[in-house]
Unconditional design. Structure first.
Length: 330
């Protein structure tokens, strides 16, 4: 790629015309998204893209286009979520570190990949890269932030990767069985059928990383367990990768019970969203207490995410930002 900047436009040349087509997107949809977000105009001339607009907007558009092209050169696809991520991550550095300055920082462009049976998983934002690195480096790690930031998905991917490579002998995924603001009443069926609705997001993540038949076999052998948090009481979890999802809905006593299950050769990941506590009024969240009490203990990491790390539909980030702004103004 070569850059040239005349008085009124930024010119970017891309040598591979096939990749340039992917960069532009179906019906130039990726270019349209960049134009709309940065208030620039992008014109394609052969293998050149000319960007017109304010100097700062031109420069930012060039950074986004170059970053996306580099992604294509590594053999990865560019989807609307990738375009949205590049646009949002460049607007501010706020989403790349922790609120209190203690998150491990990763250089931009430093590639981290997680190998699973079905796919190669790549953390997309700097905060996600730091989080994945922390999962490999620490025996206990907390991931705290809004929905859609990949906290649970990446944790399960790392767990599958460690299991495949022999670093752990089993994977245990659990959640508090707390209803999200609704009373579902009596649920018929076996014990497993009663709790399955609460565990579905964990099943969804595993299905992305392991073939169906292998996953079914591992579940039957109890090599992979998905269970409510209450089922962890009295156990010592050795050589296991253990994930507690939706930890904001664990009480203080439940959190203490869970954290003290850690056994030799195990890893624990605790994920949660402070803004989605479904506990009864007056019941304290164990996630808050754990964060307050464990900050200074070595080998326990705390990683934080913001709306800028959302990798679902771009509207999800906008919705989260709207609620955050309303909470701050209240």
């Amino acid at each position: 790629m070569t850059l040239d900047q005349p008085a009124q436009e930024l010119v970017l040349e891309f040598p591979d015309n096939r990749l340039l087509i992917d960069l532009c997107g179906p019906y130039d949809s990726h270019l349209t998204a960049i134009e709309s977000a940065l208030e620039v105009q992008i014109v394609r001339r052969g293998n050149v893209l000319a960007v017109m607009g304010e100097d700062a907007a031109q420069k930012r558009a060039g950074e986004v286009l170059n970053a996306l092209y580099l992604r294509l050169e590594t053999g990865k696809d560019v989807e609307p979520a990738d375009v949205d991520r590049e646009l949002r991550m460049g607007n501010s550095a706020e989403g790349t570190g922790s609120r209190q300055g203690d998150q491990l920082e990763m250089p931009v462009g430093n590639r981290i990949e997680i190998k699973t049976r079905k796919k190669l998983v790549e953390p997309r934002t700097d905060a996600q890269k730091a989080y994945v690195q922390a999962l490999f480096d620490n025996e206990m790690a907390f991931g705290i932030g809004p929905a859609g930031t990949g906290k649970t998905y990446l944790a399960v991917a790392v767990g599958v990767s460690m299991f495949i490579s022999g670093h752990v002998d089993r994977i245990i995924l659990c959640r508090p069985a707390v209803e999200a603001g609704e009373r579902l009443g009596f649920l018929p069926g076996t014990q497993e059928e009663k709790v399955d609705p609460y565990m579905q997001p964990l099943y969804d993540a595993l299905n992305d990383f392991l073939p169906g038949k292998q996953l079914a076999k591992l579940k039957e052998e109890k090599t992979i367990e998905i269970a409510p948090l209450a089922f962890m009481r009295g156990r010592t979890l050795s050589r296991a990768f253990v994930v507690l999802d939706e930890a904001q809905n664990a009480t203080t006593m439940q959190m203490k019970m869970f954290l003290t299950r850690l056994g030799e050769g195990s890893r624990m990941v605790i994920t949660g969203d402070r803004t989605q506590i479904d506990l009864p009024r007056g019941v304290a969240s164990g996630l808050w207490d754990a964060e307050r009490l464990l900050k200074s203990i070595p080998n326990i990491s705390f990683n934080y995410f913001t709306s800028k790390d959302v990798v679902r539909h771009p509207l999800v980030a906008a919705i989260i930002e709207a609620y955050e702004a309303d909470a701050e103004s209240a």
